[in-house]
Design a binder for this molecule. Structure first.
Ligand SMILES: [Zn+2]
Length: 191
């Protein structure tokens, strides 16, 4: 998460997070190990934890601290010491929401297949796909035969026609959106 967003969270919730109580753990050492797209989700969760702790006796409040916040297998993991049943269910609800929230931008998303698992909205997903395809197509180490076996000769011909990488990106983004995107088959996107 960006230093600005971490700062906002720590300024508001530092007194309940108290990562300095667990200096050997992730939050104290590495901060929030996830994308900025989950900022609102974390803010909401911490607001609810704050409310829940306000109803607890002092020793429960004093015992509570956040140990680690990170992305694992695509979704949010929020580890604490001294939680209560109420806080545990708040955390598990937030972890469920993370499964549907783009980690990069916070828009609705889903877990996407690929080299690493993460929750992405369509726009973020397609931009990663397009960059991968382009780097594959311009990779001098990959033989032309191999490229042809991955893509049809027809596609390769079209890719070759787009000498400019930005143009090729636009073209591929439109093609992928047309065939696989959320508004699949929308002719508008091919114009
Ligand atoms: Zn996104």
């Amino acid at each position: 998460m960006s230093p600005e967003n971490e700062k906002k969270i720590n300024e508001k919730f530092g007194y309940i997070i108290r990562s300095d109580k667990s200096p050997q753990h992730g939050l104290h050492m590495f901060g929030f190990e996830c994308g900025d797209g989950w900022f609102d989700l974390l803010w909401t969760l911490l607001t609810e934890i704050e409310k829940s702790l306000a109803a607890e006796p002092k020793e429960v409040v004093d015992n509570f601290s956040v140990v680690q916040v990170k992305e694992k297998y695509g979704t949010l993991r929020f580890y604490c010491n001294g939680t209560t049943d109420a806080i545990d269910s708040l955390i598990s609800a937030a972890e469920d929401v993370s499964e549907k929230t783009c980690e990069a931008c916070g828009q609705p998303g889903e877990i996407r297949p690929g080299g690493w698992i993460s929750v992405q909205c369509w726009d973020h997903y397609v931009s990663i796909l397009v960059n991968n395809i382009i780097s594959y197509c311009v990779d001098k180490e990959v033989s032309e035969e191999e490229k042809f076996s991955k893509f049809s000769g027809n596609s390769m011909g079209m890719f070759a026609a787009y000498k400019d990488q930005e143009e090729m990106k636009k073209y591929l983004t439109k093609q992928l959106s047309f065939h696989f995107g959320p508004k699949k088959g929308d002719r508008e996107c091919l114009k």
